[in-house]
Ligand binder design. Sequence first.
Ligand SMILES: *Cc1c(COP(=O)(O)O)cnc(C)c1O
Length: 371
Amino acid sequence: MPRPIQALIHVAALSHNLARARALAPDARLWSVVKADAYGHGIERVFDALRAADGFALLDLAEAQRLRALDWRGPILLLEGVFEPRDLELCSRLGLWHVVHCEQQIDWLSRHKTHEPHRVFLKINSGMNRLGFTPTAARGAWVRLNALPQVDEISLMTHFSDADGPRGIAHQVQAFDAATADLPGERSLSNSAAILRHPALSVGRSDGAVTRSDWVRAGILQYGCAPDFPAHDIAHWDLRPTMTLRSALIATQQLQPGERVGYGGTHVAERPQRIGIVACGYADGYPRHAPGGTPVLVDGRRCTTVGRVSMDMLAVDLTPAPQAAIGSTVTLWGEGPQGSRLPIDEVAQAAGTIGYELMCALARRVPVSVV
Ligand SMILES: *Cc1c(COP(=O)(O)O)cnc(C)c1O
């Protein structure tokens, strides 16, 4: 028998979540962001559920090739653009659209030999200071691109740093608008948090024209995490969990007061305490830095971890699940038995991280089933 750990990908939930983005941004076209192998879910596994999108956005050229191999003929956008001049050949061959965020990428394009001009997304740095042309440089970059025979349509985009929080997006929208006011082209601004929290940005004007969201970029919301957890959870946003990580108890221990469990003996029993040992550790992608007290479901009942997470195992306090025994189902996150649920956002928060990181870290050794 294989080790009992398993990940489940819930494809109906993926489709539901994508439809939520569609409903919130009805006038926009929808990029389904599938970078990082679809946030750890596997591009091939999610493709059918997400193919109602208008295009796929990612940043790894090999992943773009995998989408074309699935026979996706629609738009694919490289969110970081090309990394070296040679990449432009693949863009020409596969018809990839790409972000242009720096002068060097324009230099490369100007020397690229292609029959088909490229669709590019000019990235404006409206305040995140990661990628993109400053507002003052944006116009010059647009003029340069527009003069190139290698370039077809130029769209304009920016990325928000605080769409999930109190700082919001107004200052960045203002910077973007100021930098692009007199430039033509489609606009792409919203990520998941902006789609959910700032839907007005994605709605067309009364005359039918969409001003700032010809394209929205839905990432994490597709995968059933709330970008602004704990202010809101996925139930609030009507999103469904798309990944379950589950395993089973492979041993139980009866601790006497003063006895310890795990490396470093960081957990000390204060009373007689029954402990379950779960076949899941950091080599499966469970965060090692999850402290004791991180929630776990055992047979659908909420328990908590104790002690340190090891490579292949972790320990849980079975006090809330006295019936639990070897073989009992353990839900690390996602859907548990009998309708029980453990939101990945809660586990991530306990571990001092975000759902994104947990999903992306799912290890290759974990068998995955699409359900
Ligand atoms: C990852 C990414 C997104 C999606 O972000 P989410 O928070 O997952 O919705 C959108 N735009 C860009 C440029 C990205 O890199």
